[in-house]
Design a protein around this ligand. Structure first.
Ligand SMILES: Nc1ncnc2c1ncn2[C@@H]1O[C@H](COP(=O)(O)OP(=O)(O)O)[C@@H](O)[C@H]1O
Ligand SMILES: [Mg+2]
Length: 334
């Protein structure tokens, strides 16, 4: 594992069994994540972008090892390495009993602040819960930490006694962020943390995450379906399509000089003055994203790609260096 990295994902694949018929036999494998590589440096934010269904949340869940809970037959392969004070650890190989020890290292902020907070628990109890499992601190210290964290996310300590339904979406997401911070994590996975919020408060929550990141020296995996959401907060961006990473590079490079036709298409959806694409580079995506059950041969994007040629159906383009620190998986785009 690279010295500066907090997380390194190597060749991660995730397959969900698809069952059918009277006996609910397995009839197919849904390949949600197809051999991806990612790395996040200490204190860095990586933006992970792509349309709904491309596998972003599956990567997040694999990192916090949640997948097994929802679908027992899921197959995960590859390596998910994290750096801890005990050295390098592969989350995939970690036994459940050892998992608890490292759970606090990585926390997640969910997309929907309405369904991700238990309505029967007070805000204080919600923030306290992960501390009970992860740290050996007294009740009094936990109370102090709840007050401290509420202030850090821009709320008042007295609000600990109130319940989620008493708050707006933006405030609930602040509570979700305070809960994620409770165990003093090294890495936070923010899975579309602002998608369910009004546009007017999205920026506030993104700014808050950015402030907390530098204050707590956090590393962040910031997931979004919209490139413009991740541009400012991320130092690097990876673009996903149908379980693969199709482009990866420094944020301003990917945002201002995208290489892959899919990234160009995603940017075409962004309002004009912010993007410096040439007119003839604007691409409007046609059709829906294919299902991972029925992936096109060769390049997964070719069925929607304006520059696809015969070769694109024959072999899968590798993610290769196109410019300095800037990778894309396309035979024809430069
Ligand atoms: N528990 C599951 N069982 C079966 N298929 C799943 C499960 N979770 C996700 N999928 C499928 O995996 C693919 C990727 O899903 P997901 O990671 O949620 O995408 P994203 O977060 O990018 O919208 C989708 O086709 C989705 O239907
Ligand atoms: Mg998702």
């Amino acid at each position: 594992m690279n010295q500066d990295n907090i997380l390194e994902i190597r060749n991660l694949s995730v397959n969900f069994p698809v069952t059918g018929g009277f006996f609910k036999r397995k009839i197919a494998d849904l390949n949600a994540v197809d051999g991806i590589n990612l790395e996040i440096k200490k204190g860095e934010t990586l933006g992970l972008v792509g349309e709904s269904g491309c596998g972003k949340s599956t990567i997040g869940k694999a990192i916090i090892k949640l997948l097994k809970f929802n679908s027992p037959d899921v197959k995960v392969s590859g390596e998910i390495l994290i750096k801890t004070e005990d050295g390098e650890i592969d989350i995939i190989k970690l036994k459940n009993k050892d998992l608890r020890k490292y759970r606090g290292y990585i926390q997640i902020v969910f997309q929907d602040p309405y369904s991700s907070l238990n309505p029967r628990m007070s805000v204080g109890q919600i923030i306290e819960e992960p501390m009970k499992y992860h740290s050996k601190i007294s009740k009094k210290e936990r109370g102090e930490r709840i007050a401290y964290l509420l202030e850090k996310v821009g709320m008042q300590p007295e609000q600990a006694k109130r319940y989620p339904h008493e708050f707006s979406g933006g405030q609930r997401q602040r509570v979700g962020i305070a809960r994620a911070l409770a165990t003093n994590p090294k890495l936070i996975i923010a899975d579309e943390p602002v998608s369910a919020l009004d546009v007017s408060i999205q920026a506030q929550v993104i700014n808050l995450l950015q402030e907390l990141q530098s204050e707590f020296d956090l590393s962040l995996l910031f997931i979004a379906h919209d490139l413009s959401v991740v541009e400012h907060i991320s130092s690097k961006i990876s673009v996903m399509y149908l379980g693969n990473i199709v482009e990866s590079g420094l944020s301003k490079e990917v945002y201002h000089k995208p290489v892959h036709p899919y990234s160009k298409a995603l940017l075409s959806a962004v309002p004009l003055p912010r993007v410096s694409l040439e007119k003839n580079e604007r691409i409007i995506l046609k059709g829906d994203i294919p299902t991972p059950l029925n992936k096109p041969s060769g390049c997964g994007f070719r069925t929607r790609c304006p520059i696809a040629q015969k070769e694109c159906a024959e072999s899968i383009p590798p993610l290769e260096l196109k410019r300095e620190n800037h990778f894309a998986a396309c035979f024809f785009s430069k």
